[in-house]
Ligand binder design. Structure first.
Ligand SMILES: NC(=O)c1ccc[n+]([C@@H]2O[C@H](COP(=O)([O-])OP(=O)(O)OC[C@H]3O[C@@H](n4cnc5c(N)ncnc54)[C@H](O)[C@@H]3O)[C@@H](O)[C@H]2O)c1
Length: 373
């Protein structure tokens, strides 16, 4: 029986990956620090299968990692620090150094690990790929504060300053803007390059916004599904930043788990990086309409002219490379929202968890208000 280690396996994507591995006959060990804010009580979550061998520990702790790697054939490295906070070094400490330690132990202790799949992120693209009628394909930088303050939401051509059209972004170019994205790209480079150098087949997965049951309500970087669903369940209108025209692609967590296992089992994936996305673009306002429909709520999204500094205007992943291996996102957005809402309704004392996260982001100056429109 193949033995898989899943770091971060008590989390959202990790636990769904664990379930699929168990269903496919793997024996599964989880190493997870049960870190706040996702795990507030330090308890193993009820949704984690009792068939798992659970170890509490930190991916930066050499002894814990060595114990977790004992007798393991394959590794899913999903544990990560994810937030918008300014403790920059912690992002690299957990996400990059933790990954380097994984390879250090495999190489130095000659561990017979046959494959490693690491979780990267669509965030490595920053603004991603656009087309300018004059200058062709461009990769614009972060929008500047003055532009946002003046409510000029759309990205401009970095060469001629003219308007640009968003395209789907393939794996070729990255432009990570923030501490999280930079640390995830560093993690990818560490994994793919050390993997190649020491013949440890490795795959890096750049997930788009992943959604579904078990996603924590407590992350400050709450995704739109959590925010809009929990707000509307609380009977309040959610808020769209900018003008609500931001385009994103959304992928179901079950489809992500399938992608993880597919690249593990298909040697054609070795030493490659893959986008794992929903395959369709949806604006924030369209998303709000879908949530209201699914919840049967008579609420519309408010657009008060706020913005989060550092946000990407549009990003939509091109998933052709993973499709070529036979993977397809199978869950349409209304179904994703319905699965999530059904789960959220079962959670005791849900309230409006985003209210607190938003307050923190306003205090930190992440959420700002534009000039008069
Ligand atoms: N959810 C998304 O939309 C998304 C998108 C892109 C990339 N990712 C990546 O996918 C992976 C899983 O994300 P998720 O959404 O399931 O997050 P999550 O927070 O639900 O799960 C992460 C798990 O890692 C554990 N963890 C955190 N720091 C740890 C440490 N130092 N040592 C050991 N365990 C630690 C946490 O306790 C948690 O159980 C992460 O690497 C993340 O960067 C997620």
């Amino acid at each position: 029986m193949t033995k898989a280690l899943v770091t971060g396996g008590a989390g959202f994507i990790g636990s769904h990956t664990v379930d699929l591995l168990l269903a496919r006959g793997y024996s599964v060990r989880v190493l997870d620090a049960l870190a706040p804010p996702v795990h507030q009580d330090g308890r193993v979550p009820d949704y984690l299968s009792p068939a798992v061998e659970f170890m509490r520990g930190d991916v930066r702790d050499r002894k814990a990692m060595l114990r977790a790697l004992e007798g393991v054939d394959v590794v899913f490295h999903l544990a990560a620090y994810q937030d918008y906070l300014t403790d920059f070094s912690r992002f690299f400490d957990v996400n990059a150094t933790g990954t380097a330690l994984l390879y250090e132990l495999i190489v130095n202790d000659r561990l017979p690990v046959q494959k490693v799949v690491v979780a990267s992120s669509q965030s490595v693209y920053g603004e991603g790929k656009y087309r300018c009628a004059v200058d062709g394909v461009v990769y614009p930088p972060l929008r500047q504060e003055a532009q946002l303050k003046a409510r000029q939401w759309e990205v401009l051509c970095p060469i001629c300053g003219g308007s640009v059209q968003v395209e789907t972004t393939d794996e070729a170019q990255v432009r990570p803007h923030n501490q999280y994205a930079m640390s995830k790209y560093a993690q990818e480079m560490i994994a793919l390059n050390l993997g190649q150098r020491y013949n440890i087949p490795t795959v890096a997965m750049r997930y788009s916004i992943t959604q579904g049951p078990r996603q924590s309500f407590r992350n400050a970087y709450s995704g739109i599904c959590r925010i809009f669903v929990t707000r509307m369940l609380a009977g309040r209108a959610p808020v769209a930043y900018e003008d609500g025209g931001q385009l994103r692609d959304y992928v179901y967590v079950g489809d992500v788990a399938r992608a993880n296992v597919l690249v593990l089992e298909d040697p054609r994936a070795d030493y490659q990086v893959f986008n794992v996305g929903g395959g369709a673009a949806t604006s924030v306002l369209q998303y709000g309409v879908l949530v209201a429909q699914v919840l049967d709520a008579d609420l519309t999204v408010a657009v008060p002219g706020e913005y989060r500094f550092g946000d990407t205007r549009h990003i939509i992943s091109d998933i052709s490379r993973l499709r070529a291996l036979g993977w397809e996102p199978a869950t349409p957005l209304p179904e994703i929202i319905a699965h999530y809402a059904a789960w959220a309704r079962e959670q005791p004392g849900l309230g409006d968890p985003y209210a607190q996260a938003e307050q923190v982001m306003k205090q930190l100056g992440t959420v700002r208000t534009a000039g008069a429109g």
